[in-house]
Design a protein. Sequence first.
Lengths: 705, 549
Amino acid sequence: MRALDQLDRLELFVLDALVVAGQTPDARLEELVRADRQAVRAAVERLADLALAWQSTSGLRPLTGVADVLQAGPADARSGLQTASADPLPLAEAARRIAEVSPAARAMLEHVCDAGGEATTGSARHTVLPADATTPAEELLARRLLVPRGSVVVVPGEVGIALRGGHTTTEPVDDVPEVATTERDAALVDRTAAGAAFELVRRVELLLDHWGTTPPSALRSGGLGVRELRAAAGYLQLDEATTALVVEVAWGAGLIATAADADGNPAWAPTDQFDQWSSRSSQERWAALVSAWLESPRMPGLVGSRDPAGKPWNALSPELSGVHMAETRRMTLAALAALPAGQVLAAGTGLPSLVALLTWQRPRRPRTRADQVAWTVAEAATLGVTGLGGVASYAGPLLDGDPAGASAALADLLPAPVDHVLLQADLTAVAPGPLETALARQLQLVADVESRGGATVYRFTSGSVRRALDVGWSAAELHAFLGSVSRTPVPQPLTYLVDDTVRTFGTVRVGHAEAFLRADDESALTELLHHPRAASLGLRRIAPTVVISTTPLDVLLPRLRELGAAPVVEGADGSVHVARRDVVRARTPRDRRGAGLRSARDAARVQQVVAAVRAGDVAASHRPASSTALTPSGSLAALREAVEVGATVLIGYVDNHGVRSERVVDPRSVEGGVLTARDHRTGEERTFAVHRIGLVRPIDDGAAS
Amino acid sequence: MNDGPLIVQSDKTLLLEIDHERAADCRKAIAPFAELERSPEHIHTYRLTPLGLWNARAAGHDAEQVVDTLLEYSRYAVPHALLVDVAETMARYGRLRLEKHPTHGLVLSSTDRPVLEEVLRAKKVQGMLGARIDDDSVVVHGSERGNLKQALLKLGWPAEDFAGYVDGESHPIELDQADWTLRDYQREAAESFWHGGSGVVVLPCGAGKTLVGAAAMAEAKATTLILVTNTVSARQWKDELVRRTSLTAEEIGEYSGAVKEVRPVTIATYQVLTTKRKGVYPHLELLDARDWGLIVYDEVHLLPAPIFRMTADLQARRRIGLTATLVREDGREGDVFSLIGPKRYDAPWKDIEAQGWIAPADCVEVRVTLPASERLVYATAEPEERYRLAACTHHKVDVVRDLVARHAGRPTLVIGQYLDQLDELSAALDAPVIKGDTSVAERQRLFEAFRSGELGLLVVSKVANFSIDLPSAEVAIQVSGSFGSRQEEAQRLGRLLRPGEGGKVARFYTIVSRDTVDAEFAQNRQRFLAEQGYAYRIVDAEDLGTLAP
């Protein structure tokens, strides 16, 4: 079956003819298929190679089982003829007999043949002489143009072939669909594609650099959440579909993987391979990304739509792949690459024609192929494999499995990396081309990026300069760096900005301390600092009168006292806390309530009990002699009546816990299967589920109160 | 790879390397559709905006030309998405047309019915339209022409306006070029305005915008209403017109707080037009007083909001806006374009300077350090008080005195925001001060004395920000301003740029208190000028001695 999936339409029809005709010599087979003989011969060879057919002494024979698989395949990839009879009529004889029958019979024969070659005959007699035939069916049966097979009659293969003029089909099967094209300058195609290729590399690097510091969380199912994708799209200034592609390509190339974030939750982060990747040249990086994409079974085109169960497809989720995707992608690109130079896919009609071509090449592929071809075309354009609908010249080697050749060819089209920027007095710097990676990283540290693309515009602000100082740059280093990267003199305002930022940098110092020691007497602190046993206290003098300690206050205080100092504790507001030993006290037992309260409570409890007992008495007095449970409709009617007359009723009720009880209630309303009533036991209004009421019996009010 | 001067970024900015040999050609080629955003010394930044692309369409450029230009000059591959976007944006223009219909008056019609349907369903547009004439056209209320155009612009379907302009009452006006001639850029500006019908001309301060206005009037040859910022400026316009054109003083009327004349050419102030009494604008009828053929908006970046609304009703008349700095701190630049018209002419300051029409300027930021006591006061002050405290430090007075002494003999302006500070300076420097409460006559007398050289030092408040012609000024010292206003800074520098004799180099000092909001605002204020290529030097007050005079 796998082998069958690899066949194109012609090959399938050759195989089909073989199945119909049974064991056939090659020459005969070539006649049967309505196609160029050369092509048929090639097809036969391929079938033999794939062992779908084999040469016996008297001719070619199909592999057993092929017939069934063919039968289950798509209808437009087989002739629809039944197999020939074991003892087939010669073609000429079949044709003669067809010529004999009446027009009605012929029409019937054609219809049956086109509709699968199989029919039921109803009342027709199966054994008649041609002369006795009264109905068209009998005419056909009599001439063995229809042959009974089991409970049905069939048109034998040889008759079908005769009916179709000696071939298995009425239409030729070797007309390969043409791809609609338009003309485009090949150089323009290359330039456009190279632009896209450059953008791809830039975007992957940009996004992964970003994710390196703020990794997006991974879904439990392994994908990237919709919100995270949207954030990434916003960051890249792209639409979500393209962002999904960028993310998937990066993942395919092994540049991202899940890792635990600071809280231990899974998150997507760049891999160590990303570091290797980003140290290479743009063209090599591109080749690495696109090679991975070519082989990938991933289908980023699905992101944004929903699966049959209504769940949205997430980027990077494991389910987002298809077994045929890689093959379809390769074939699509091969079809594009096969276009003559200067020809590219036509804007509107190109895509459908490409789908038609692929359908011809692999008729047995699934129906989603049209989507897959469209995705491939769109993705290839985004990835810089194609430009304006044509495969870029440099992508050719890549399709042939030579990424090094492809990247070498691409190198000439990419902007050469530059090693300098132009500094301007408005505190911007422009890199007139892609910067060398290391330089770009340094610049990104000391300046904010304002605009990206072929060139990059940076803006220096005091914030960005401070960022560089934060990671340990010194003013001299900054000046030297600016001087070395700039082709033009460093503008005076920029120099000033750096100096000014350096001047205020670190004015306020922050550190960690557990406690502080303050004394107006400097010598007291000095003495303490130099005490031989004070070393373990982690004391450090930060001002003549202030010492900090890394020891917590509750440990520090007794240790200081041991050292002979007499410290007092200072509160947050500077007030002195006097330390006094805490005296332990237990809590007084609770039972100290007044007698009056207790007796009032008892009285209330007695009253409640009496009310409950009385309600129970009323219930008991109305207990039926024989407690036959009412049907739900019966109790419903009884309750409605009670509501109408305002009567008090006794109900038997099963509560949530399955406990059966009897209540005396005043029904208020019955609605939606729920009875609202005042329960005499509690005196409150509550609801009862009608289906749980097994007994309703009216009682008179006098007895209830 | 192509060795062009242009780099097209995916965020729709265009970077032009100006040292490139083809930079000049490239600039000419992209000017019709790209907006110049920044022009510092090495790389100029242009931006592609829908408005710019539509203006290019209106001027007869099509998408193919734009795309070709980008491809031709671009150094690297142009992002495909950007080209598609350019083509799509430009294709939106002109699907809707505003036309004069012989029976129905003003009509909005379309060649693309779905677009018309979409627009008709927009809530904002509904009230401006009348009855449907047929499937493709609908009546527009005459008074809503401007509002409709603005609303359609916002919907992304700009209408092409074929309804034309009213000619107005004819009045003969000629330029009188006996002893002077119109400069090239002035003529280009006036011509491109006239071909476009309406629009804004952006020229640096001191580059002679008044003459562009006069040239436009000479083209129109019709009664003209000129709207200016203040009375002094109105008088200057009048003098200039009398001097440069065939108009006589009798033909020019002034319509201000003091005088209310309506003549064939009338100069009115924004202030008098927007005066509101009992909920009505009594002077608005001036707009209908005559059948104006041209309306000139001087310093259009200051156009007050009520005038915006009135302008919307004046769409049938030709309008020209003049400004040096089309940056509005309220971010309503877009309204200026849609109401007055698109930018018709723009020249980078440095270009005009290179041609010698405005004086070169040397901008210096002097940083003073607040004394410890003042820093303490500043640190504990309320946020809204901080700028005033930082800007008005007494320390600045010493620096000003020092600077004035260094430039003794050169006409110097000291400009500030806070009146107390100005009074203090005036006393310290022994110089007259002009503030909001100084009478017009007194102002004119002082300005005249300054112009003639009789007075070498003048302390002024923000009243002198605009439209005051002080060609002799060579040094300006700014001590405080209205917070981070970029256009104020540019306008103040503009006071110095009228070219003088003997290749003067103007000096523009800004005195700023270090480590305070004053310094932050100064940065923001300088952005416009820095983007125009004016490089500020920063000098510590203590180091002033090292500065060349």
